[in-house]
Ligand binder design. Sequence first.
Ligand code: ATP
Ligand code: MG
Length: 330
Amino acid sequence: APRILSGIQPTSDSFHLGNYLGALRQWVDLQDKGDAFYMVVDLHAITVLHAPKVLRKRTLVSAAQLIALGIDPSRSALFAQSQVAEHPMLSWILECQTGFGEAGRMTQFKDKSAKSDRVSVGLYTYPILQAADILLYQADYVPVGKDQKQHLELSRDLAERFNQSFGPTFTVPEPHILKSTETIKDLAEPDKKMSKSSESPKGCLYLLDDVNVMRKKIKSAVTDSEARVAYDPENKPGVSNLLNIHSSLSGVSVEKLEAEFEGKGYGDFKAAVADVVADNLGPIAQRTKEILDDKAELERILDDGAERAASAARKTLFKAYKKVGFRPPR
Ligand code: ATP
Ligand code: MG
C-alpha cells in the first residue's frame, strides 16, 4: 500500500478553511488509499517565537481538530512530531547534503523572515527538517497546499541526491495538491493566502470560530465594484475565492454557481457562501470540544501514534545511518 504523510503546525488555536480545503480534507480522503502518518509538527512551530504553555495546549487542540475532521487514529498514525526523535536525527544528515544557497532560495523563509525581527537558524533549516519528516516514512504522497510545493521539490531533490551518493535509501515523494483549492485566499486581502500567522484575523475563517463570526467575516469579505458573480482570479480575486470556497464545500460547479447568481448582487451571493460554510464547518467546533474533554484518551491516542510512527521511522534512520558510515543508532 502507498505511504501517505503530512503535517500541520500548531501555530494557532484553530486551523482555518485554507488548511482544511488545501490539505486536511485530502488527509481524510487518502486514509482509504494507503497507510497514513499524520503529525502535528511542533518542532516546526518553535522556529518562530512561542510560549511553552500555549504550544502544549495547541498541540492537543490541533490533534482534536484533526480527529473531529475525520482522521481515524485507529487507521492512521496520529502523533506529535517532537515525540519521534528520528526527525531531527535524519534532518542533520540531510542538512549536510543541502547547499547553503539551495536552502536560501526557499520563498517561505524569505516571506516569514521579512515579516519578523527575530529570525532563527531553525526557520532557515525548516524545509530540511520537513524533508526528513517525509523521507523517514518513505512517503509516496504528501497532501499539501500549493505554498508547500517548493519544499516538496527540495525533499525530492534531497532524496534523489542521497540515493545517488549512498545507494537506494529513500522513496522520492510526490506532492498531492488539489488544483481547485491549492490556495484559499484571505477574505480581507484576497491577494494573499489565508494563514494562521496573518496579522489580522478578519480575513481568516477559523474552523473553531463561532458560526456567527464566520458569517460576519464572509459578509465583510473584500470583493470588487463590478457586482458580477464571475470566476476571474486575475481581476476578481475576492469573488473568485468565494466561488472556489462555495464550490468545493457544496460540490456545485463554479459554472453552475455563476449561472445561479447571474443578475444578483454580492449580498445574496455572500449569504449563500455563509450558509454553505456554516453547514460544513459548524459542527467541527463542538466535536473538537468533546474530544478535548477526554484529555487522557487524546494523550493515549498521540502516544500510541508516536509509537507506531517511531517504529517506521527507526527502520529508515537505521538504513540512512549505515549508508553514511555511522554506527547503528541506539
Ligand atoms: P503558518 O502561517 O503558521 O505557516 P499555515 O496557515 O500556513 O500556518 P501550515 O501549518 O503551515 O498552515 O500548513 C498546513 C497545511 O495547510 C499545508 O499543507 C499548507 O500547504 C496548507 N495551507 C496553508 N494555508 C493554505 C491556504 N491558504 N490554502 C490552501 N492550503 C493551505
Ligand atoms: Mg504555513
